[in-house]
Design a protein around this ligand. Structure first.
Ligand code: CA
Length: 429
């Protein structure tokens, strides 16, 4: 039986060549549909969602040994319980879904009752946040981003701090305010102080920004005290989502000394609804940048642990056309996900299923590949021109930011869909 990643596979569902969701992808998500009570787990295929609870009810998973939680595990508000079943279960389900959707398999295709129950158009469902993250960590792993921020805020001659090439820098973020794509983001109020101001004031952030990131979902937890050797790090990763780490730069720059990001970050982060599995991304594995100096032994990786994922950011003012303001690539990251995870666990801190670990802003080496307004407009000194003739230093109320990501090779496209969010005015007081 062909493997789910086989580029020769075709589905009996009509799928456009430009779709993010061909039969080789099969990402997992959670959706609601009007006429049925409660959320369900689904798999994206072309313009459709395959309802995994319905698939289970029709008996298509009967022989897979998914344990006693079947089929209830497919009728939850988050992927966490399903992910907790472990990699053999995720793989068995993805393999079976792949088989059911193949052009030459009549089992679902020719069973009209089952097909009607199991397939629903994506435009007819509401997607939920795919996981309930109990923990969220944000790294700082793009050397271009860290260098740019160092040039702007500290010393151009010593832009990278002395620890940066030795440690995947990170901080513990806020999990409760992570929302699914499409959720509006309210401009935060906060305390800020311009360098030349005598005293701080409290009010709406004047420097609201996005951060182009990807995040991985922890698929296998660890016990407190346990560490993860780097060669096993990816065993703990379920898959990836697009991640917008909204940031209020004025609040951030006043509050962050000496303990790091706090309220300038915790008002909201947005995730894309479909989790693309690490298995689906396997054909797009690439080596990351050469690391100099060589990392300490526990962070040393022998194989390729980066992934070639093309990324784009659109900014759309209210009632106006969108402009693509950045094109970057996840493959540029200096520190890999494996190194981030192994470092995170190296002190014995326990990982939990569903945790989200974000990459940090993904900036490239060119002016059009920067992953934040802070860098694109270079701290407000070179405003970003938009298609409607306006320009931006930071985000305005009514602006919508949309990020997309996809891998492409030899005619195969594995995509993430998008993560989008619109800025609402700050609340009074
Ligand atoms: Ca960030």
């Amino acid at each position: 039986m062909a493997q789910p990643n086989d580029p020769a596979l075709r589905s009996w569902i009509d799928i456009a060549p430009t779709s993010d969701f061909p039969i080789q992808n099969l990402p997992f998500g959670v959706f609601d549909k009007d006429e049925q009570p409660g959320p369900r787990l689904g798999v994206a295929i072309g313009e459709y969602v395959l309802d995994l609870y319905a698939v289970a009810q029709f008996g298509f998973f009967e022989d897979l040994d998914l344990g006693p939680k079947m089929p209830k595990v497919f009728r939850r508000g988050a992927l966490n319980s399903f992910i907790s079943l472990g990699r053999p279960a995720w793989r068995a389900v993805r393999q079976r879904v792949s088989e059911l959707l193949r052009h030459d398999n009549p089992a679902l295709r020719d069973n009209e009752e089952a097909m009607r129950a199991c397939l629903v158009r994506q435009r007819e469902v509401r997607m939920r946040r795919p996981v309930k993250p109990r923990n969220y960590t944000d790294f700082y792993s793009s050397i271009e981003h860290a260098t740019n921020v160092g040039i702007m805020f500290r010393d151009p001659a010593n832009a990278l701090l002395p620890n940066w090439r030795h440690i995947p820098i990170g901080y513990h973020g806020r999990a409760s305010s992570i929302v699914v794509s499409g959720t509006d983001i309210r401009r935060p109020n906060g305390q800020r102080k311009a360098p030349d101001a005598a005293a701080p004031t409290f009010g709406p952030s004047q420097q609201l920004d996005f951060e182009l990131e990807m995040a991985f979902v922890v698929g296998k937890g660890t016990h407190l005290g346990e560490t993860v050797p780097i060669q096993y790090a990816e065993d703990h990763i379920f898959g990836l989502v697009l991640f917008n780490d909204w940031s209020a730069r004025d609040i951030q720059s006043w509050e962050y000394v000496p303990l790091g990001p706090f309220l300038g970050k915790s008002f909201g982060s947005s995730v894309s609804p479909w989790v693309v599995t690490l298995d689906a991304l396997e054909p797009f594995r690439v080596a990351g940048p050469v690391q100099e100096p060589e990392p300490l032994l526990y962070l040393r990786q022998l194989d390729a642990h980066n992934f070639d994922i093309k990324l784009e950011v659109d900014l759309q003012p209210e009632n106006s056309a969108a402009t693509t303001i950045s094109r970057s690539n996840f493959g540029l990251m200096y520190w890999s996900m494996a190194q981030q995870l192994t470092h995170h666990a190296s002190n014995g801190c326990n990982l939990e299923v569903g945790d989200l670990y974000a990459s940090g802003t993904i900036s490239g080496p060119t002016p059009d590949s920067l992953g934040s307004m802070l860098e694109l407009a270079w701290r407000g000194t070179r405003p970003v021109p938009l298609a409607d003739g306006s320009e931006r230093k930071f985000l305005q109320d009514g602006d919508t930011v949309t990020m997309r990501g996809f891998c492409e090779k030899d005619g195969l496209r594995i995509g993430f869909g998008e993560v989008t969010g619109k800025i609402l005015p700050a609340s009074a007081g």
